[in-house]
Design a protein around this ligand. Structure first.
Ligand code: V47
Ligand code: SF4
Length: 683
């Protein structure tokens, strides 16, 4: 432990004094669980270079064909000629796609595709020349080193000539694809027929020497180990020292479906952020590190902006490579979506061109100021809270009770649920009667479940309707086996805080612990023009809820408190985590902070990716970070909606242990979950 602390200090000193990190430093950082510290160092390094500015661009992806002579193991995009789904665009079709993009302000066309067995080199030249002639102001970033090698071999010409012809036709720069993982131990397993690491590097060196700048990527999160990532970045740093020709480093998060890798799980959010942060610190000769929202997902990419990234990529419009492999981030973001995610991460969005020059810096800064002013109050700053050693969750289900009909259903659902947690939600049960409520709780408890009841105001209304004092009512609920009372999303809208407190106190009087709630509610301010569905969070309201927690919690004995995202408010990942952090600081050690991952933790990627097996909810990417920002617990996890083993892996990816509440006799499929089993060794 002390050794690790000393090593981290040594690395910090190196960073402070501008001494280069070496490969063993980078490896140490990858292996360290101290993401918050590494992220803070990377953020400082980033701000020294780029202030608080985050680049985005208005771009359009066009993949000319998915027909490919190679069969990289990780690729879900490529097809063989004649195979179902194979396509090859005519140049006219590409021009039409480009025209639509240019009309919407695109400054860049990004074009990478398969290695078409029958396309002659002149077709590529014609493609570039036609697009350049039609749209002379648009930057054409096209063809990976892999495609260029293919063209050269087919044409039996040198790479230099191929590059020169394309440059003459209007090629602006090279994208960074095809790099994958350079180390032969991995490269030979995932793409053995692709250009070697040396050829990839040589191609980019040649392009740089000809005045063509380029990007570089690293495909991570599959079978590679940290040392392979470090080796990969070392080779890129060396070439950058030599030529200075790279614009940006882009870590590409592996998308796990519809390919031959047999991995079947998305990268860990914790690892995505660590990769960005280590890249920022180790690649000291790169100005730009990209948080590529398409592959990391918008939630993690937004957080990446505070962990060392200064580029968010662009509007993209038609992304196929990631999407075909299970990518869930969608294919397009508007300018205003990009701007809002950046602003809500507390940074300044700056539109750039492909070569990382601001399009109009003064205009971007003025626009950000205007958007900030119209948003009013700002989200809270992060405070150090210190993470625990474990993260808990209960396995079980939530049942919504609505009158009599529910009883039979509840009996059926809880028949095999012995040992699990059942949260009975009464918030919306307007016609519920007292006897039914007691019977329901008794039924669930008799099935051997841990019974939780949520909806304070509804509960109180049922008691009042039956002329039963709250104190007596809660005593009876305790006898029916109720183990906890939880404030629901609806409660705050139905009762004043002091009335809710009185209900909490009545439950405590009957020795039932309670869970309070703080909710990020939508601001009543009208959204700014062009704000895409951006109902903002009312931070003034949040701060006053926090004050109430600080003042009211201690004497009450609420043992836990939920951070909720209110309906109607669009809460971004960054905002939720910062709010969580503030809540933990206010609640102190007196109460567990719960971030219910399925129901309340916001995610902008609610869709399932192509071919995915549904075993991972998009919000799971945030799980390990929730702990770092102050969460102690993830709420009730329904194994029908989240695969518990996967969730356990997410927690462990951050070096935390998993504490499953009520696990002994869970009888779903996940009963087979082996929680002693360590996740993939590489995490
Ligand atoms: O080389 C293929 C990757 C790359 C998967 O330069 C996959 O600005 C994840 O080069 N999971 C092509 N990644 C994309 C590319 C790119 C993308 C965005 C920006 C830039 C840029 C370049 O896509 C391939 C490969 O590394 N890829 N399959 C997959 N399953
Ligand atoms: Fe072809 Fe590129 Fe897919 Fe490899 S990654 S199979 S080269 S399209």
């Amino acid at each position: 432990m002390t050794l690790a602390v000393n090593r981290m200090r040594e690395i910090e000193r190196k960073i402070e004094t501008g001494t280069r990190l070496d490969e063993s430093d980078a490896l140490f950082l990858f292996e360290s669980p101290d993401l918050m510290r590494i992220g803070a160092l990377a953020d400082q390094a980033n701000r020294r270079k780029n202030e608080d500015r985050i680049f985005y661009n208005i771009n359009r992806h066009i993949n000319p064909t998915n027909i490919c002579a190679l069969s990289c193991k990780f690729c879900a995009f490529s097809r063989k000629p004649g195979e179902e789904g194979a396509y090859a665009y005519e140049i006219d079709e590409m021009v039409e796609k480009a025209r639509a993009a240019v009309t919407q302000g695109a400054t860049e066309l990004h074009m990478v595709g398969g290695l078409h067995p029958r396309w002659p080199f002149k077709r590529y030249v014609e493609m570039i020349a036609t697009l350049h002639k039609e749209f002379p102001g648009v930057h054409l970033k096209a063809f990976t080193a892999v495609e260029l090698d293919w063209m050269a071999r087919k044409e039996r010409r040198g790479l230099g000539e191929i590059l020169q012809d394309l440059k003459n036709a209007g090629l602006g720069s090279l994208p960074g694809g095809g790099a994958e993982i350079f180390h032969p131990e991995i490269r030979d397993q995932i793409c053995d027929t692709k250009v070697s690491a040396g050829q990839w590097i040589d191609t980019h060196r040649m392009a740089h020497k000809m005045g063509l700048r380029s990007n570089c990527t690293m495909l991570y999160g599959h079978i590679e180990r940290y040392e392979h990532r470090v080796d990969h970045m070392r080779r890129l740093r060396e070439l950058q020292d030599e030529t200075g020709g790279f614009n940006v480093f882009i870590p590409l998060a592996f998308q796990p479906y519809q390919n031959d890798m047999g991995i079947g799980r998305y990268t860990f959010g914790f690892d995505d952020l660590k990769t960005i942060a280590v890249a920022r610190l180790y690649l000291d000769n790169f100005a730009n590190i990209k948080a590529y929202w398409v592959m990391m997902g918008q939630d993690i990419a937004q957080l990446g902006l505070n962990f060392g990234a200064n580029d968010f990529d662009g509007t993209v419009t038609e992304e196929k490579i990631s999407r075909m492999a299970g990518g869930r981030a969608g294919m397009v973001m508007s300018r205003s979506d990009l701007e809002h995610l950046i602003l809500r991460a507390g940074r300044t969005p700056v539109e750039r061109d492909t070569l990382y020059r601001p399009i109009d810096l003064a205009k971007s800064i003025a626009r950000a100021a205007e958007l900030r002013a119209s948003a009013g109050d700002a989200p809270p700053e992060t405070l150090p809270v210190g993470r625990g050693k474990n993260l808990s969750f209960a396995v079980g289900m939530t049942l919504n009770v609505d009158g009599l009909a529910a009883l039979a259903e509840i009996r059926e659902k809880t028949a095999n649920a012995q040992g699990s947690t059942v949260e009975i939600c009464v918030s919306n049960a307007e016609s519920l009667e007292w006897a039914q409520l007691l019977d329901t709780c008794a039924e669930v408890s008799a099935a051997g479940c841990q019974t939780i009841l949520s909806g304070l105001t509804a509960m109180a209304a049922v008691m009042t309707g039956a002329s039963i004092p709250l104190s007596k009512g809660f005593e009876a609920l305790a006898k029916s086996g109720v183990r906890r009372i939880v404030e629901s999303q609806e409660d705050a809208g139905r009762a004043r805080p002091e009335d809710l407190l009185a209900i909490h106190k009545a439950a405590h009087g009957a020795d039932i612990p309670t869970t309070g709630r703080v909710t990020l509610r939508a601001s009543t301010k009208a959204p700014h023009a062009g704000e895409a569905a951006a109902s903002r969070v009312d931070w003034t309201d949040f701060n006053s809820q926090l004050r109430a927690v600080g003042e009211g919690l201690r004497p009450l004995g609420m043992t836990s408190i939920i951070l909720g995202a209110g309906r109607g408010a669009v809460v971004t990942a960054s905002e939720y985590l910062h709010a969580l952090n503030r809540l933990k600081s206010s609640a102190g050690r007196m109460a567990d902070v719960i971030a219910p991952v399925l129901t309340e933790v916001p995610t902008l990627a609610p869709v399932m990716g192509v071919g995915s097996d549904g075993s991972q909810h998009p919000a799971q990417k945030l799980v390990a970070l929730l702990a770092d920002f102050g969460a102690d617990d993830l709420g009730v996890i329904d194994p029908a909606l989240i695969k518990v083993t996967r969730l356990a892996e997410d927690v462990r990816s951050a070096g935390l242990s998993v504490e499953v509440k009520t696990p002994e006799t869970v009888s779903w499929d996940d009963a087979a979950l082996d929680l002693r089993h360590k996740p993939a060794d590489r995490v």
